[in-house]
Unconditional design. Structure first.
Length: 173
């Protein structure tokens, strides 16, 4: 009996997604360093975005998706918590955990980690599935949604990240 998901989506690929997804190793580039000598805040978003690209590609949402399927994803909201500075040439990776989704939206949590394992920053986002003919928010194709739902089921077994759902405020007020 074949796997219930789209062709090419094998159980080994799903197993790899369980603990949360890990991006490729990336390097902090010299032009990203600010006058304080560390990674400028804007480039944390670049690294989180590249980590999300790695995750979404596993669902079939990649650079070709708008051209071949007429859909894409847009960010509706993204929150970053900066915990430990990164320096030029540091090598990092992003872990991503799918927290929730429906037919048009997905909520995810990311950690930006140094190759040595320490946590530099966290990011939490709400993404929208977009029909590019509008553009407008639209349901995902069945095959993409099935892949995301399988990963959501696997990621639901992980503990919810402590920093997920944080709001911006002055502590104690």
């Amino acid at each position: 009996m074949g796997h219930p998901l789209a062709p090419g989506w094998e159980p080994d690929n799903l197993a790899r997604m369980k603990a949360p997804h890990r991006s490729r190793l990336m390097q902090v580039e010299s032009q990203w360093i600010d006058y304080n000598g560390h990674l400028n805040m804007a480039y944390y978003n670049v690294l989180f975005d590249r980590g999300a690209d790695d995750l979404f590609a596993d669902f079939g949402i990649d650079a070709e998706y708008p051209k071949t399927r007429g859909f894409s994803t847009f960010s509706a909201e993204f929150h970053v918590c900066y915990l430990r500075e990164l320096k030029e040439s540091d090598r990092v990776f992003v872990t991503s955990q799918l927290l929730d989704m429906d037919e048009k939206r997905f909520h995810f949590f990311q950690e930006l980690r140094h190759e040595d394992g320490w946590l530099s920053a966290t990011g939490e986002g709400l993404g929208l599935h977009i029909d590019m003919s509008g553009p407008r928010v639209a349901p995902m194709p069945d095959d993409v949604r099935a892949k995301m739902e399988a990963v959501l089921a696997a990621h639901s077994a992980l503990p919810r990240p402590d920093r997920a759902g944080r709001r911006i405020c002055i502590p104690g007020r």
